[in-house]
Ligand binder design. Structure first.
Ligand code: NAD
Ligand code: 6OD
Length: 488
């Protein structure tokens, strides 16, 4: 007896609606089809934007900032109440270990709503006094207003975490949103729409449209002239395309894009902590985190020992089913992405890399052989100009190279088109402070990685992005500020 697959629908003006056109959502765990997903056409995208516009100017505009903060807390609570459903949805779509979905992805989604509720309550305007030419004491102050309709386009690598990181501050500032999650991870966003409805968010404030990017839902959304601001996380090339669309109408944009991040390990580091840290920063989420370290530079006196320890650590990582005991790594997001990663494995060999470990596809002898797995992989021996040293792979892979001086490693790290993050491992904190500010990146970690206080600014330099979100930087992006000058 065959069971009908779930149909994931759009959420427009407070209703779940279907499309004539659909596509298959395939789990990368074992190649099983999870659901059929609707693909929004241009008309449905326009309806979502119109619903967002009407709700923003209507019922949502009547909410005070304190009422909006209460709403964010209800949404956080709604996710918590269905926590395990969100975990299951995220795991099935992406293949990540269950413990990661619990402790990082879904936990952070809850935290995103709570943090921006709190920030909203604490945020205020600016106030200045000056004496005018006639001797009068005039004062100026600022007020924040929503932009109106914000389009949020998100990737598949940390689906709910990255989506809610933008939805929470956008709603906090009084905007309505139209969100388009990645076609490769549509499930948790659909659950989020149910949570929004059940939390009592006015219809039309949160709209969800599923589909692809070019010549599909994503492009229709960015081209809609009634969208006031666009926030996007994804590939640099896509960001560039979206920027062209946003130029029409001079719309606000915020971009979190690709990276080719470095880890720098000085000889005075806590060796075991550095090995554990770089294993994490290279292989977490199967290397599919924009902040992952694909270039590792190690000071020469500890280079050979470090490479050996990394190889042993990578070989000890357990790849498997998301709910297996002790599993460290799941699958990649899709077979298409695996083909891209395997293409880089081959390119590295062609470019003359020494493959220290990995480089292939694990064999399981069960349904996982239909999944999208690759081995954690370490290369050495590539020159800094190799394509594998310059292009983002976005898989569980790093290249380890030796260095001899601080100036040399700063120059090599900065010789990169991207500028997202660098991780530094040293016991010398004076040096850490001095070196950190020399990197042309948005974020430097010292003796840690991916530790994020949501109040801090987040974003990239160069091809890694435009603008900053996080804390009041998010409130700044998601609101328009008016200055009012009063001569009393
Ligand atoms: P992607 O750019 O292919 O897709 C991201 C989203 O954009 C998807 O929803 C997709 O459907 C949509 N899209 C694609 N083309 C579009 C178009 N022409 N118009 C409108 N929408 C379009 O990226 P991806 O493969 O989903 O994600 C991986 C990339 O994201 C990596 O490069 C990674 O570094 C980057 N990333 C960056 C950050 C960061 O914070 N800087 C965070 C996560 C991921
Ligand atoms: O921690 C965050 O809020 C954030 N934006 C992380 C980005 C991870 C990239 O894959």
């Amino acid at each position: 007896m065959s069971t009908a697959l779930p149909l994931l629908r759009h959420f427009i003006a407070g209703e779940f609606v279907a499309s004539a056109k659909t596509f298959a959502n395939i789990s990368p765990i074992d190649g099983r089809q999870l659901s059929q997903v609707c693909e929004a056409d241009a008309h449905q995208v326009d309806q979502a934007v119109a619903a967002a516009r009407a709700a923003q100017a209507g019922p949502w505009a009547a909410y005070s900032s304190s009422q909006r903060a209460d709403m964010l807390l209800r949404i956080a609570q709604g996710i918590e109440q269905r926590f395990e459903e969100f975990v299951a949805a995220e795991v099935a779509d992406t293949g990540r270990p269950v413990h990661q979905a619990r402790t990082l992805d879904i936990a952070r989604a809850v935290h995103n709503f709570r943090t921006f509720a709190e920030l909203l309550r604490q945020s205020g305007g600016e106030y200045f006094e000056m004496r005018a030419a006639d001797g009068n004491e005039v004062f100026s102050y600022t007020v924040r207003k929503p932009h109106g309709v914000v389009a949020i386009i998100s990737p598949w690598n940390l689906p709910l975490l990255l989506l809610t990181w933008k939805v929470a501050p956008a709603l906090a500032c009084g905007n309505s949103v139209v969100v388009k999650p990645s076609e490769d991870s549509p499930s948790s966003a659909t659950l989020l729409a149910e949570v929004m409805r059940d939390a009592g968010l006015p219809s039309g404030v949160f709209n969800l449209v599923h589909g692809f990017g070019p010549q599909s839902t994503g492009e229709f959304l960015t081209r809609n002239p009634d969208v006031d601001a666009i926030t996007f996380t994804g590939e640099t090339r896509t960001g560039s395309t979206i920027m062209k669309a946003a130029a029409e109408g001079v719309r606000e944009v915020s971009f979190e894009l690709g990276g080719k991040n470095a880890a720098v390990v000085f000889a005075d580091c806590d060796f075991d902590a550095a090995v554990a840290g770089v294993l994490r920063s290279s292989f977490s989420n199967s290397g599919q985190v924009c902040l992952c370290s694909e270039r590792v530079y190690v000071e020469r006196p500890i280079y050979e020992r470090f490479v050996a320890a990394m190889a042993a650590g990578a070989e000890a990582l357990k790849i498997g089913y998301p709910d297996e005991d002790g599993v460290n790594m799941g699958s990649l997001i899709s077979h298409k992405h695996r083909d891209k990663v395997l293409g880089y494995f081959q390119l590295a060999r062609d470019e003359g890399a020494t493959q220290v470990t990995g480089g292939g596809v694990p064999h399981f002898g069960d349904a996982r052989d239909n999944g999208a797995y690759v081995q954690p992989t370490i290369w050495t021996g590539l020159g800094d100009d190799a394509r594998c040293m310059r292009e983002e792979v976005f898989g569980p892979v790093c290249h380890i190279a030796p260095f001899d001086s601080e100036d040399e490693v700063v120059r090599r790290v900065n010789d990169c088109a991207y500028g997202l993050a660098t991780a530094l491992w040293t016991r010398d904190l004076k040096r850490a402070h001095q070196v950190s500010r020399r990197f042309h990146v948005g974020m430097v970690w010292v003796n840690t990685w991916f530790l994020r206080d949501l109040r801090t600014p987040f974003g990239g330099a160069r091809l890694s992005g435009l603008g900053r979100e996080g804390g009041h930087h998010s409130l700044d992006f998601y609101s328009a500020i008016t200055t009012i000058c009063v001569n009393p």
